[in-house]
Design a protein around this ligand. Structure first.
Ligand SMILES: *Cc1c(COP(=O)(O)O)cnc(C)c1O
Length: 407
């Protein structure tokens, strides 16, 4: 099976091009480091994802793009135009989604710490408030109910089930195990349903899961859908939707490229699992909601940086670049691998550690990487940073936030 996910990068005659334009031309007169995104690649992934859902028989799919992956306003307006909804985890993200023109009735609100102010805002936006509060505790449900009561309205809510599965991914981005803070255990949801009359101002409209991020295989996802389906069948209320969350991974490394589940494989697996565990056992026909983040935006962007200098210390060779962990924290935070590519290739390669300017040893983008011998001012790109790049940036060491450009 072909798993190669298209990228805007390409070498022609040893020179790096981004979206068909020479990188050195793009970088001329721009302060480095900067984020560079391809609109064509962004559109490709959203379109591929939503078409694949339809092609694989997913029931009335609703794609709620997870803003936390990349909340750039051009990303949001592009996705909005293509019909996307939004998955938000704060009122800040909710406001950005609304500003991009995304219909509140296509917005789901996740997160364990929704505050009173956030809940009030979400209940009051648009004509009918948001599509769903994906509730992560009974305490939260109590709060939503009492605020809805005060506002003389009804809140649309979904329980986020903690399906007790172990998603095979980095421990910091796994979210569906019973020791994690996310979601509600099945027995707690069933107990709450026994006294559902207490929540006079909420309507239970769905169930959701989200088991983790950068998932490369589907066993845990299928198991979680089985758990979600069993619970949905047990509840006597008819539901409007079942939400499978996000999490589908992208190929950061050659190894991932060979074993990664493709979008089509994922959709087929989700579709088959719901058919087997849910639709074949009931007359109800709730729609399926997706909350993809990384798979939509991950491949569209690079971080463009210039070499400040090189340094040799004992047997170590360092290539010091002007991008740091404040611009892209994934390597430091998750030991994430990102390819570092030179603007000009050469036959003569050396082994070098690519490090940034921040005063932390973890400010390192790669050790023992094969790169040409670079000089001060030479351009490099850090690849596959469209997701969880700029949105996780900080001003640590009093550095500026890197500008984002679209081609
Ligand atoms: C982060 C998150 C997502 C998106 O995850 P990806 O791995 O980027 O697809 C979706 N839903 C929830 C609740 C999240 O927290």
């Amino acid at each position: 099976m072909k798993n190669i996910l298209p990228s805007p990068l390409q070498y022609k005659n040893n020179t790096l091009y981004f979206a068909g334009i020479r990188l050195d031309t793009i970088a001329r007169n721009k302060r480095t480091p900067f984020y560079l995104y391809s609109k064509k690649t962004l559109r490709h992934y959203y379109e591929y994802f939503s078409k694949s859902a339809a092609k694989n028989g997913i029931v009335s799919p609703l794609v709620c793009y997870a803003l936390k992956a990349n909340s750039n306003k051009d990303v949001l307006s592009t996705l909005k135009t293509m019909g996307s909804g939004a998955d938000v985890v704060s009122v800040g993200e909710l406001k950005k989604a609304l500003k991009a023109g995304i219909d509140p009735q296509k917005i789901v609100f996740s997160g364990v710490a929704k505050t009173e102010d956030e809940i009030r805002f979400a209940l009051k936006c648009g004509k009918k408030g948001i599509y769903s509060f994906n509730v992560e505790s009974i305490e939260e449900l109590d709060m939503i109910n009492s605020i809805a009561k005060k506002l003389k309205t009804r809140a649309r809510v979904a329980f986020r089930l903690n399906p007790r599965v172990n998603a095979k991914t980095h421990k910091h981005i796994s979210t569906g195990n019973k020791t994690h803070k996310f979601g509600l255990l099945k027995e707690d949801i069933l107990e709450a349903m026994d006294v559902a009359a207490l929540w006079t101002n909420t309507n239970l409209v769905g169930l959701s899961i989200h088991i983790g991020s950068q998932l490369t295989e589907l066993n845990a996802t299928i198991k979680a859908i089985e758990e979600l389906s069993k619970l949905a069948l047990k509840l006597e209320t008819p539901l409007e939707f079942l939400d499978v969350g996000g999490g589908l991974g992208i190929d950061y490394t050659a190894e991932e490229r060979s074993k990664l589940a493709s979008i089509d494989t994922y959709m087929k697996a989700v579709s088959d699992a719901f058919e087997k565990y849910y639709y074949s056992k009931t007359d109800h026909c709730p729609r399926i909601v997706f909350e993809p983040g990384r798979i939509i935006v991950g491949k569209m962007g690079v971080l463009v940086s210039r070499v400040v200098r090189t340094k040799i210390s004992d047997s170590n060779h360092f290539t010091i670049i002007d991008a740091g962990m404040n611009d892209l924290i994934r390597p430091a935070l998750y030991e994430a691998y990102h390819e570092v590519l030179p603007a000009q290739t050469s036959k003569q390669m050396i082994k070098t550690d690519i490090v940034g300017p921040i005063c932390e040893t973890s400010d390192c983008f790669g050790t023992g990487r094969k790169l040409p011998k670079l000089n001060a001012g030479d351009l490099v790109v850090i690849d596959n940073v469209g997701a969880y790049g700029q949105t996780m940036a900080s001003t640590y060491n009093e550095r500026q936030i890197a500008t984002e450009y679209f081609i």
